[in-house]
Design a binder for this molecule. Structure first.
Ligand code: F6R
Length: 256
């Protein structure tokens, strides 16, 4: 795991954008794994600037979102389909037809989840999976106790996650109860993982992910087993790390 501690969310976005661009360099058809939520917004804004400056081109890119609510029409403004189109696809100049979001509105949700997995395989896997972390340690919507080998499937959201996401809805009652999420096994198959987190609300989950035991109680801790997991966090999210000084020292003393 490589951990970079930044002064604030803007720097998190800039460092993360550098990393995404470096990892996609030379690829004609890069494959991006896309997270929704607040955490990656600085990163997406920075990628928009860099693509406008000609540093990177997403026109041929393929995209796969991490998750979607069950029961929300893809046209619903709060569906992750619409959120991804609004916050990523349009600003980055991606082709919406080349960006898939798990289907939470299909008549057969399981078959749709299997098709989503198949599409990732056909694309040759995800080059860079962008991740945020939930306050309970979830990645995607893999809530605590999710299987480490899980694939895209239906999950029940915890009350904590529904409460955390109620800020987007009129009240907690209207937050959907279920979702379709890439599994932890799906996420771990990505060639590179890039996690961004900011703010003190994430400090406990970030410490458990990086320094805690690998446990299904903190699904993000599975990142400890990935060979190319890059974690970019701000000072507030790093506040509970015992090894924060070590991570700063490593970042300031890169070999070569
Ligand atoms: C969203 C997703 C979630 C979020 C997490 C953090 O697609 O996969 O795991 O990344 O809930 O959400 P924010 O960034 O809104 O705090």
């Amino acid at each position: 795991m490589e951990v970079v501690i930044c002064s604030d969310g803007d720097e998190v976005g800039a460092v993360a954008a550098d990393r995404v661009i470096a990892q996609l360099a030379g690829k004609h058809t890069p494959v991006l794994g896309l997270a929704t939520g607040s955490s990656p917004l600085n990163l997406y804004a920075e990628l928009e600037r860099r693509s406008a400056a000609g540093d990177v081109d997403f026109a041929h890119a393929l995209g796969f979102a991490l998750d979607e609510y069950v029961g929300l029409d893809p046209q619903h403004p709060l569906s992750y389909r619409q959120t991804i189109d609004r916050t990523v696809v349009k600003p980055l100049g991606m082709n919406p037809e080349r960006v898939r979001v798990p289907n939470g509105f299909a008549a057969d949700l399981e078959a749709a989840a299997d098709e989503f997995e198949e599409a990732i395989r056909e694309a040759g896997g995800i080059d860079v999976q962008i991740l945020g972390i939930g306050s309970n340690g979830h990645i995607g919507f893999n809530e605590p106790t999710s299987s480490f080998t899980s694939r895209t499937r239906i999950k029940t959201l915890t009350q904590q996650t529904r409460k955390d996401n109620a800020r987007f809805f009129s009240d907690d009652e209207t937050v959907p109860t279920h979702c379709v999420s890439q599994g932890l096994g799906t996420i771990m198959d990505a060639h590179n993982l890039l996690m961004v987190a900011s703010g003190e609300k994430k400090a406990d989950a970030v410490a458990a992910m990086i320094e805690g035991p690998v446990s299904a109680m903190c699904p993000a801790s599975i990142l400890q087993f990935h060979r190319r997991a890059f974690i970019i966090i701000d000072e507030a999210a790093a506040a509970k790390l015992t090894y924060a000084d070590y991570f700063r020292h490593v970042a300031a003393n890169q070999p070569g």
